[in-house]
Design a protein around this ligand. Structure first.
Ligand SMILES: Cc1ncc(COP(=O)(O)O)c(C=O)c1O
Length: 399
């Protein structure tokens, strides 16, 4: 399993711009293969899904292909894969659906490590039904979210635990498998935001033990849309609002309106791209695991270098240093705002924005208010040269 970053980079037209992208946690760049698949899907004969005409069959094939591909990416049952416009939209939909069975006095658990899209929909749904919201707090010194922060809040009234697979600013990877074991000692469901985790490691949602696991494709080389997976039997028990003439079958019942076939074809191409990123053999699932393991190792080594160089800068404050992390750094330089750092780096064609990145609770808990800090994240196409350009740019500002 050789990881050839230059071969991978050659597939991404946007990398020829000369920009060094450290804004991958906000959205990745996209390979040619994905753009081509989207164009081909939308210009071929295409109608609404069906089994009669060629154009209906093309749409049908795309939808089934999408579910199968997502199933391979995260080891989910394709019959439990639901398409969504974004993770935020999916979580709003599922929070309202799950809340239908909640009663006043029930409890849910959210965490301060999460992106707001895995907090606010739950908090608002809970408020609407009189459900108690319990907050699992990450350790602001280490950035860790220990399992105990969640397990000590669990009890027989807990209906749901919403937690991130990885924090999108601190990179912290809570031990989701251990959290799942604790959650499943009660009757609560575990809802995992895999948006920032999925681009950095092989995912096996069945081994993790998540009841729901989702991702956004635009963070992992794909188009701007998302998916969530659950066991088909679990989806069947949920009673969501839907139009009268639309199907009662799941997963279709959770997908509103006509699906964007071209984006779904783009998602399948994204997953095929990942499977082929590193030479390997076996099923698509096996090749995905192989590629993502190789990408993870590559990123880990580069991250070690990036972190040590940033740590060595005078006047730098790095937030969080959890033991298990994605290659994502969140930091400030003394005497200069994050916005100015962002602007200075942009002048050097280095993308590293500053914000709370919607991990608002993280930013506030760290004493950074709503302003946040600078974020630099690696992607599978990042290089040592990119890192050197980032460090050189930061060095000009560090005092
Ligand atoms: C961890 C995490 N969760 C959720 C989201 C939101 O995803 P979407 O834009 O698909 O709603 C993001 C985007 O930054 C994220 O990083």
């Amino acid at each position: 399993m050789t990881y050839d970053v230059e071969k991978i980079r050659a597939d991404f037209p946007s990398l020829k711009s000369g920009l060094a992208f450290f804004d991958g946690p906000g959205g990745s760049q996209v390979p040619n293969q994905v753009g081509t698949a989207i164009a081909a899907a939308i210009t071929q004969p295409i109608s609404n899904r069906g089994v009669t005409t060629l154009s209906e069959k093309n749409a049908e094939e795309i939808v089934l292909g999408f579910r199968k591909a997502v199933g391979d990416l995260i080891n989910a049952d394709p019959a439990g894969v639901v398409y969504g416009r974004s993770w935020t939209q999916i979580t709003y939909d599922f929070s309202r659906t799950l809340a239908k069975s909640w009663k006043p006095g029930d409890e849910i658990i959210v965490t301060t490590l999460d992106h707001d899209s895995n907090i606010r929909p739950w908090v608002q749904a809970a408020e609407a039904v009189g459900v108690v919201v319990r907050w699992a707090k990450f350790d602001t010194t280490t950035g860790e979210l220990p399992t105990s922060a969640i397990s000590e809040l669990l009890n027989e009234k807990t209906r749901l635990v919403a937690v991130t697979g990885a924090g999108n600013t601190l990179g912290t990877r809570p031990d989701i498998q251990e959290i799942a074991q604790a959650v499943h000692k009660t009757n609560a469901l575990l809802y995992v935001d895999g948006v920032h985790l999925t681009p950095h490691t092989p995912i096996d949602m069945q081994a993790i033990g998540a009841d729901f696991f989702g991702l956004s494709f635009y963070k992992i080389f794909g188009p701007h849309c998302a998916a969530i997976a659950a066991k088909p039997e679990l989806l069947k028990t949920l009673n969501n609002d839907k139009l009268l003439p639309s199907t009662s079958e799941s997963p279709e019942r959770f997908e509103f309106g006509t699906l964007p076939y071209e984006l779904m074809a783009g998602c399948t191409a994204t997953i095929d791209y990942i499977a082929n990123m590193v030479d390997g053999s076996g099923s698509r699932r096996q090749r995905i695991v192989n590629s993502m393991a190789a990408a993870e190792k590559y990123e880990e080594e580069l991250f070690e270098y990036m972190e040590s160089e940033i740590k060595a800068l005078p006047g730098v404050t790095l937030y969080g240093h959890a033991e298990n992390r994605t290659p994502t750094l969140y930091f400030n330089l003394k005497g200069i705002s994050g916005a100015e750092v962002h602007k200075h780096l942009a002048g050097l064609k280095v993308n590293a924005p500053a914000s709370n990145f919607y991990a608002l609770e993280v930013s506030r808990a760290l004493g950074l208010g709503d302003t946040g800090a600078v974020r630099a994240g690696l992607a599978p196409y990042s290089t040592t040269e990119d890192v050197d350009r980032l460090i050189a740019g930061l060095r000009q500002l560090a005092k």
